[in-house]
Structure formats: C-alpha cells, structure tokens
Design a protein around this ligand. Structure first.
Ligand code: 9UX
Length: 68
C-alpha cells in the first residue's frame, strides 16, 4: 500500500471535489481518497501493483482537472 499526495489544479467548489473523489475511488486498486479544495490536493492510498501514479493523474485529468 502506498500513500501519495497529488496536486489537483482547477477545483473551485465542493462539486469539483466530489467529481475528483468519484473518479479516483472508481479506480481499481485505489483504497482511500481525501480531496482538499483548500489545498488543491488529493491524498490517495493505493496498491501500486494494481494502479500507477500515472493512472491516478490520468483519472484526475479525465475528471476535467489538471494533475501534477
Ligand atoms: Mo461547481 Mo466545480 O458548479 O466545477 S462543480 S465549480
């Protein structure tokens, strides 16, 4: 299990937070997600053998935001 904090750019309301959370929780291998509007970040607990950091960033982008 691995925990990483991803920068999420472009979130401006709690609806955005929900969109990002949903997209990440839907990924196979993601165990826990905590998205902060104030910090513009997503803390993700995941199984690296099942999902990569790149795939997590891709899901953030797919939800309409910018990932770093
Ligand atoms: Mo609220 Mo966030 O309408 O895109 S969901 S700004």
């Amino acid at each position: 299990m691995k925990e990483e904090v991803f920068r999420v750019l472009g979130m401006s309301c709690q609806g955005c937070v929900r969109s990002v959370s949903r997209a990440l929780v839907a990924l196979d291998g993601v165990e826990e997600v905590e998205v902060s509007l104030e910090e513009g970040a997503a803390r993700v607990l995941f199984v690296p053998e099942r999902v990569s950091a790149d795939a997590i960033r891709a899901a953030i982008v797919g939800a309409g935001f910018e990932a770093a």
